[in-house]
Design a protein around this ligand. Structure first.
Ligand SMILES: Cc1cc2nc3c(=O)[nH]c(=O)nc-3n(C[C@H](O)[C@H](O)[C@H](O)COP(=O)(O)O)c2cc1C
Length: 164
């Protein structure tokens, strides 16, 4: 899939088919995420892939109501960053690249809030991630079983030329 198509096609998918995703696809998504830009090229991230059904259920429970959909996902990719100055920007850039890479392979995804959430530390503990790392996002992944079309603001409305 070309890049432009992936940008247009990517949507938050919250319903997945009961089908697995290959290890190769998951590694491809992590690789894409890890190629995102980072402040001073620190690359503060670590990625935890969760595929175990019981663990997915637990993650869904820990992140209710935000992450309830994780229960029906084939996998969940937890994006953590070392607590550096720009950890949030870095982690968000990686998350976006991961979402687009998944779209490119026909895999549905949904960004679930991590940073700022009360459950962030609980999720870190559950996944055995050392303290000092911040949960930036959880990415639910699976074969899409829906095709949502959220309304997007028209480009003409959001572009300002030279000055606001
Ligand atoms: C920072 C951030 C946090 C989000 N958190 C959640 C979440 O906790 N649960 C969820 O279902 N979707 C979450 N989303 C997905 C948004 O709801 C979604 O991107 C938005 O509705 C636009 O739809 P689209 O992704 O299909 O364009 C989050 C997105 C972002 C960028």
């Amino acid at each position: 899939m070309d890049l432009q198509k992936a940008f247009v096609k990517r949507r938050s998918i919250r319903k997945f088919k009961d089908r697995p995703i290959s290890e190769e696809d998951l590694e491809y998504i992590v690789r894409a995420a890890s190629l995102a830009p980072t402040a001073r090229n620190i690359q503060p991230w670590e990625f935890v892939i969760v595929k175990d059904k019981e663990s997915l259920k637990t993650l869904a429970g820990l992140t209710m109501p935000n992450g309830a959909l994780i229960k029906g996902a084939a996998a969940c990719l937890a994006v953590f960053c070392k607590d550096t100055k720009y950890y949030l920007e870095d982690g968000c850039a990686a998350t976006t690249s991961g979402l687009l890479a998944a779209t490119g392979r026909g895999i549905g995804s949904c960004w679930i809030a991590g940073d700022k959430k009360d459950y962030a530390e609980v999720v870190r503990g559950f996944l055995n991630v050392p303290s000092g790392y911040k949960l930036v996002s959880l990415i639910a992944l699976g074969i899409p079983d829906e095709a949502p079309h959220p309304i997007k603001r028209p480009v003409k409305e959001i572009i300002h030329r030279e000055k606001f």
